[in-house]
Design a protein around this ligand. Structure first.
Ligand SMILES: NC(=O)c1ccc[n+]([C@@H]2O[C@H](COP(=O)([O-])OP(=O)(O)OC[C@H]3O[C@@H](n4cnc5c(N)ncnc54)[C@H](O)[C@@H]3O)[C@@H](O)[C@H]2O)c1
Length: 332
């Protein structure tokens, strides 16, 4: 299969690594408006370099394109590829508004092609076990979920021209860092029926025009309440915590560990996630290889990829609803 990558920045290294490890895949083109980055990756992968995405789509015969550009470009670039009959593997968030998410879903349906949204943390062993335990019903229904993303991002992080900008990142901690956790919360608890949310920017006023902190309270599809607290104004990148309370036990993911809590003090370690090395930042996890391998297995076999535009849009729509600052019925 002939594959291209657009956006040759930080996270693209995870995509290139995973693609090199996937059988039957040949990287034939890369694109970045920064010609030096495009040339660097074209040389490394033995592919053709472009500085213009449209030109790449016009000149190349592609089976799939990976999109790892700033957020405001995701849906427009994905829709262009789908209209040309190209499968799309798209970094999160798939879309920056609910309307855009619907546009992407429509383009997926009309094209008959596959779309994969990069929620790689769903492939962590801890996430797989929590979902299986919930679905088994063995410990009863989910009653409550709480999650914390407490990370640190300083001025330097926002100096690249798109992070921290309302027109390009299209949000702050919720749409960028916490969206993986928001996705897992809604995945574990049966989607989001309604929510209330508050967003703040106290830490980097004058530096960023998006939120550095967000608090969400969701009524989930399963009837459980979920609260999420996310901030990039903490002093360090603490392990992400997601705690799922069921009628008969409590499961807690904390960093790479999954625990089962009983009573007030006791806990069992259920598993630790893969400790395999990754070219990316440690807090991105190691799931890019697993999700990209699965995406290409779907393309080869015709199996439907689970985190498609519709599934990936659930978290994007939750974030969009949070930015509306008030309660909304969002689960269809
Ligand atoms: N799944 C994860 O865990 C994870 C981790 C990090 C980043 N991301 C996501 O990946 C995406 C990229 O993030 P990043 O950290 O690599 O950012 P980055 O700034 O390092 O890379 C973005 C690249 O896109 C290029 N670009 C910008 N406009 C373009 C255009 N019109 N055409 C072609 N190229 C263009 C930039 O020159 C840059 O090289 C974002 O959506 C981000 O949220 C996901």
């Amino acid at each position: 299969m002939k594959v291209a990558v657009v956006g040759c920045g930080n996270v693209s290294a995870n995509h290139f690594e995973a693609l090199e490890l996937t059988d039957g895949v040949e990287i034939t083109a890369v694109a970045d408006i920064d010609g030096e980055k495009a040339r660097k990756w074209a040389e490394k992968t033995g592919s053709r370099a472009y500085t213009d995405y449209d030109e790449m789509l016009a000149n190349e015969e592609l089976d799939a394109v990976h999109i790892a550009t700033p957020h405001y470009l995701h849906t427009p670039m994905a829709v262009k590829a789908l209209k040309k009959g190209i499968n799309v593997f798209l970094e999160k968030p798939c879309s920056v508004t609910a309307e855009e998410a619907d546009e992407l879903i429509k383009a997926q349906t009309e094209s008959g092609k596959q779309v994969g949204i990069c929620f790689q943390n769903r492939y962590n062993t801890s996430s797989i076990i929590v979902k299986e335990v919930i679905d088994s019903g063995f410990y009863g229904k989910v009653t409550d979920v709480r999650a914390f993303v407490t990370w640190s991002r300083g001025k330097d992080y926002y100096s690249d021209g798109w992070h921290g900008r309302a027109d390009k990142e299209c949000g702050g901690v919720l749409i960028n860092q916490a969206i993986h956790t928001i996705d897992l919360v809604q995945y574990f608890a049966g989607g989001c029926r309604s929510l209330s949310a508050h967003v703040f920017n106290d830490h980097l006023k004058g530096v960023i025009d998006v939120e550095d902190t967000g608090v969400i309270r969701m009524l989930t599809g399963s009837g459980a309440l979920a609260v999420v607290y996310a901030t990039t104004a903490y002093g360090e990148n603490a392990p992400v915590m997601i705690e799922v309370k069921l009628e008969k036990t409590t499961l807690r993911i904390e960093g790479d560990m999954l625990y089962r809590l009983d009573g007030d003090y006791g806990f069992d370690v259920i598993c630790t996630n893969s400790s395999e090395s990754t070219v990316g930042k440690s807090y991105w996890g190691t799931g890019h290889k697993a999700i990209i391998r699965d995406f290409y297995d779907c393309l080869k076999t015709g199996r439907k990829f689970a985190i498609d535009a519709y599934e990936g849009a659930k978290a994007a729509k939750i974030v969009a609803a949070c930015y509306d600052y008030d309660k909304k019925e969002i689960m269809k």
